[in-house]
Design a protein around this ligand. Structure first.
Ligand code: NZQ
Ligand code: ZN
Length: 392
């Protein structure tokens, strides 16, 4: 196990921390581009509170609203144009993962003369991974992606029907202001999909990483157990601030790099889900709820002992009279039941997806990330036929 780890994002966590936004932002400039989604922050009053905190600290606000779920590159272009035209010196993302991801790429695109789509990996020869960006402040309103404290962004292109990602050091936010109170208005379904996303961020590392990472295993199990404990409470009662707080912290921890560090993991479930989202505009966490258990049943055959460990440590199942694979499959069934119990779909038909384009999804899943044989990296690596098999 060899690795380097660096995460420069300053995190300010806790109920009520939104009031610090103005002071925090004033350290990075006098004019902020405030990026939001389709209107939830306006309906909840969070937008007005953010603006008043900024103005109170002498930071003027230029608005860029309307970032869509599964954010599109056209929204990024629009945001970058506004940031340039108005001479913004800091970008503030106030919203879910979609708003945060768009904001990160807006911050980079504002300093880039070419087409912002060059910065998103889509199989191009020269991937213009950004090296500089305006300072970014992330204020998540939904617990799911962990985008607030990582260097990734996922952007879609409707013309190409591609949804893909970029990771770059300059996309780490300077400050992540994480206030669980802002998530109290997230509806039940999005709350549940967020819980699935959180869990899947750590199962990717847990099942696809190298052997011999006992600390990371325990970190991952801690995140899964915490999300499974508190997630259903947040779904049952959206106003349960304690549950919202624990789920929000789990979402930060799940994908800020710390849990997976050194495991050299692949992200096959995510790559497959992104292909589905690109064509069907589904919610990321809902797509994962369908793909992850199906992928697990495929991968367990190659690494039954690992999945048996998951069954024992997460669900307390015992190995008496069972081989590892039987125990593994029982654990996966229990995981799928958990997802259903909080209201996630677990079949493509529930998302209105049939098998017409399965081969295309498989092509798309390996478009950016693939090994020397053209397979999707993971344990085991997946051929396109394997991907179609999992989808089926
Ligand atoms: O757009 P608004 O009106 O804000 O409504 C959103 C949207 O409809 C709503 N919402 C957000 N906060 C709310 C709220 N509604 C009520 N109250 C609130 N406080 O929820 C809906 C979904 O929002 P979205 O931002 O799309 O959800 P999420 O946070 O799950 O982000 C998903 C996007 O992030 C990408 C996904 O692929 C997807 O594009 N990911 C980003 C990652 C990263 N940067 O590290 C990693 C992830 O694996 C993921 O791929
Ligand atoms: Zn995810």
């Amino acid at each position: 196990m060899n690795f380097e780890f660096h995460n420069p994002t300053h995190i300010i966590f806790g109920a009520g921390t939104l009031s610090k936004l103005g002071k925090v932002a004033s350290a990075y400039g006098k004019k902020a581009l405030l990026v939001t989604g389709g209107g939830s922050v306006k309906r909840s009053g969070v937008f007005d509170r953010a603006v008043s905190s900024l103005k109170g600290a002498g930071v003027s606000v230029i608005e860029c609203s309307g970032v869509e779920p599964n954010p599109r590159i056209i929204s990024v272009k629009r945001g970058a144009q506004i940031a340039r035209a108005d001479g913004c010196d800091v970008v503030i993302a106030l919203g879910g993962g979609s708003t945060m991801d768009a904001s990160k790429v807006i911050a980079a695109a504002a300093l880039y003369d070419g087409d912002p789509w060059d910065m998103i990996g889509h199989g191009q020869e020269n991937w213009a991974v950004p090296t500089r960006a305006l300072p970014i402040i992330t204020v998540p309103t939904l617990a799911a992606t962990g985008s607030e404290m990582n260097s990734g962004a996922v952007i879609s292109n409707d013309d190409a029907k591609v949804k893909s990602f970029v990771m770059a050091d300059c996309l780490f936010s300077k400050v992540a202001l994480v206030d669980p109170e802002l998530t109290l208005t997230v509806p039940k379904d999005q709350t549940a999909y967020g819980v699935c996303d959180i869990i899947t961020h750590v199962t990717e590392g847990y099942f696809n990483g190298i052997d011999g990472t006992p600390i990371q295993d325990r970190f991952a199990e801690g995140v899964i157990l915490t999300a499974m404990d508190w997630g259903p409470k947040a779904v049952a009662d959206g106003n349960d601030l304690e549950a919202r707080t624990q789920v929000q912290w789990a979402s930060v921890v799940a994908l800020n790099g710390w849990v997976q560090v050194g495991t050299d993991y692949g992200f096959p479930v995510h790559m497959i889900e992104h292909a589905l989202s690109a064509h069907h505009d589904i919610t990321h966490g809902a797509g994962l709820a369908v793909v992850n258990p199906a992928w697990m049943r495929f991968a367990a055959k190659a690494r039954p002992e690992r999945f048996a460990q998951f069954a024992r440590r997460i669900f307390g199942l015992s190995a008496a009279n069972k081989d590892d694979l039987s125990l593994a499959m029982e654990g996966i069934d229990r995981f799928e039941e958990f997802l259903r119990s909080i209201g996630c779909p677990t079949r493509l038909s529930e998302l209105g997806i049939c098998d017409g384009l399965f081969a295309r999804y498989a092509e798309d899943a390996v478009l950016v990330v693939h090994d020397e044989n053209g397979n999707l990296p993971g344990r085991p690596p997946m051929s396109k036929a394997d991907i179609v098999g999992v989808l089926r």
